[in-house]
Ligand binder design. Structure first.
Ligand code: K1U
Ligand code: ZN
Length: 173
């Protein structure tokens, strides 16, 4: 396993519609393992393949925030929200591609997600709380959508400028 570098906004790769994974291969399983290692190292509670520069529909997540709890790594290939609740939830979201910036986003409180697991089996399950928020945030990444796209144009511009500045500073360092 290895830690991959995380793409920082603004970057055209974060705005692209990602391709479905046609079939599970050693290469795509390796990508998922590397993404998990990258997510835990960051640290974060989720990561989508375009954030490591790969335009394929792969996400990983572990939305257990308690550092003393056992890890619950989740790998999803071709994840899809198939049902969303009318009830909504507001959560202060962050993004590893927009470091150190947070904003409240309203999303469905519960979602039913269909995906292909690491063994190639089709799966479907319901998620609530932080899991629901994180999975929606990650699936949005696969459609080229960032959490700042839910904010006003002014807030989005401000956060984009800050991220651009940070990206320039990191490139110089
Ligand atoms: O997709 C990403 O950029 C990862 C992002 C996921 C996310 C966080 C919060 C709400 C929705 C989606 C992150 O993991 S940001 C970092 C973060 O939230 C965190 C970091 C350390 C401990 C706990 C959480
Ligand atoms: Zn993100």
């Amino acid at each position: 396993m290895s830690i991959r570098s995380i793409v920082i906004h603004p970057d055209p790769r974060l705005k692209k519609l990602c391709d479905p994974v046609p079939e599970l291969s050693d290469e795509v399983r390796q990508l998922a393992d590397d993404m998990l290692e990258t997510m835990y190292d960051a640290p974060g509670v989720g990561l989508a393949a375009p954030q490591v520069g790969v335009l394929q529909r792969v996400i990983v997540a572990d939305a257990i925030k308690d550092p003393d709890a056992a890890p619950q790594p989740m790998v999803m290939f071709n994840p899809e929200v198939v049902l969303s609740s009318d009830e909504t939830n507001v959560y202060e979201e962050g993004c590893l591609s927009i470091p150190d910036q947070y904003a409240e986003v309203t999303r469905p409180a519960e979602v039913r997600v269909a995906w292909i697991d690491r063994d190639g089996n089709p799966r479907e399950d319901e998620f609530a709380g932080l899991w629901a928020t994180v999975l929606q945030h990650e699936i949005d990444h696969l459609d080229g959508k960032l959490f700042i796209d839910y904010l006003s144009a002014m807030k989005r511009q401000l956060m984009t400028r800050k991220s651009q500045k940070l990206k320039r500073e990191r490139a110089r360092a």
